[in-house]
Design a protein around this ligand. Sequence first.
Ligand code: SF4
Length: 329
Amino acid sequence: MVQSMTSTLTKDVAGTVLQIKQLDHAGCEIVRVAVPDMESATAVKEIKDQVSLPIIADIHFDYRLALAAIENGADGLRLNPGNIGGRRKVKEVVSAARDRAVPIRIGVNAGSLSKSILKRYGHPTPEAMVESAIGLIGILEDFDFQLIKVSLKSSHVPHMVAAYRLLGEKLDYPFHLGVTEAGTLIPGTVKNTLGIGLLLSEGIGDTVRVSLTCDPVEEVRVAYEILRALGLRQRGVEIISCPTCGRCQIDLFALAEEIEHALSSITTPLKVALMGCVVNGPGEAREADVGIAGGPGYGTLFKKGKVVRKVAESDLAKVLIEEVRRMVS
Ligand code: SF4
């Protein structure tokens, strides 16, 4: 399942609700909100009243925030049972979570391993992350709590991948995958795709969160592209377009941009091929639900493998958009 996190102040209920609705529209299925104070914890109730996505409350340091988030209807918690106080406080949180069947995600982050583990391993290695996770899981299991999900995030992709693989050999809890602090859109997409994609291709991972320094709606888009590229889930229009070369006979960049934008709200899986010329064009276009192959001043329109007709270049975008809308209506 595709998860993301709001970037608004959670206590700004209107702003957070608006962003969750945008994420929902983009296909997000679980959303996490930061709960740094009591106002944010109580805001969870007001937010939940206005959205339909499950809300995960992200808690650090103060167990009372976890209790308040549960009280206010949070569907899940993300916390580190090692940093919310002693056993009594953890027990209270676990007891409240159990009463309401609220799962707890143990979020191990390479940047915040305990001093003792770091001393033993020297660096936040995959082994150090796994030892940290096993220790934290043990705290919850001691209270006979098994509604657990685990994440092992690092900004170092090989470490992140190795840590999940290692932990996956040792236990059977669901995993939430993510490369943390992955950066801005292009470098972040590459890191997330490699880390999450490698693991998913091995059958490891249950929920994913692409982490990017930009609008979280982009995180959801990238997550679906990863799932689609691996053949795990299909959502919306897939644009198959060539990079163009000296043989290209139409303005394909502009056409691809216009088509992608115009069809971005469609959720039905569909392939649209946009090819610059007749060399590879007709072959790809025939494999798609609908497509064009460029010619001098026109494009040949293909539909479900069959040539339909020639369309003047100036009408290509309009005709393709109409064809797709008709196909999904
Ligand atoms: Fe070049 Fe034609 Fe291939 Fe596009 S389809 S990259 S224009 S040869």
